[in-house]
Design a protein around this ligand. Sequence first.
Ligand code: SF4
Length: 316
Amino acid sequence: MQNKQNTKLPWNDYSSYIKRIFGIRVQKISIDAGFTCPNRDGKISRGACFYCTNESFSPFYCTPKLSVTEQLQKGIEFFSKKYKTQKYLAYFQSYTNTYGKVEDLKKLYLEALAVEGVIGLVIATRPDCIDEEIMKMLKEISKDKYLSIEYGAESTKNETLNFINRGHSWEQTIKAVELANNFQINCGLHFIIGLPGEDKTDFLNHAKKISKLNIQTLKIHQMQVLKKTKLADVYKESPELFYNLNLENYLDLMVEFLGYLNPNVVVERFTSESPKEMIIYPNWKGKKNFEISHMLEKKMKERKITQGMFFEANSI
Ligand code: SF4
């Protein structure tokens, strides 16, 4: 599962990866299948991760009030207006999408795969909510379809994971990646850059540690302190715990981060855009993801840095 680097961008980008695999345009459609999460329902805690919010920023069709089929059909109807011939990946995104009985999970995933135009599944989950039984079922139902499992890792530092009440360790993430590798299932990680108590050394160590794993994709985004979260209380009481995440600093960090990142890892995104009225910190004045992506490209080209150019020197 080697991913050849795109020559135009200084990083190994997701849309080129998708085109290499499918040869056509493919759009992800988010689904909220009504799952909850063990870090909310009491199995691990009722406190949730410090940055987690109950507010939903999902597209209009992504709601558990609709069936999986209805959500996909509405999503496809919406996206197909612009690109008639594209295909779709059903993206089980909200909460913990492997948190259920294996036979119930199977039904939901099969329902998604049966929708016309859907050519695969992307399943977001926690690294402590996956096991051999689920992997076996996933392998069996995906056969000739695309399948990727995305783990919310968030940090490689257990001290940070404990502080933000994540409820799992970095070692559990490593094990979950190895499990996906054993089943030859595509695997992605999600990371937050700027969690309280972490500094530049930690952020670059994340890149180095991620680079040692056999993953296909990586999603990174800046930490956002959102209203009505525990992180908002921490920020109010101890702002000194937070790295200065102004946009220039973040871009500088990303340039180096990508320099240390294994060039085979496909980077799906660098930033996240929550509604402006929800954000307490950092304030990037509504800059869009694509604008930030252009700024990053410019910075990397000016500095002649490409993804993975420091990877050989990886010493951690
Ligand atoms: S695991 Fe996800 S859904 Fe559960 S509390 Fe943490 S961020 Fe929220």
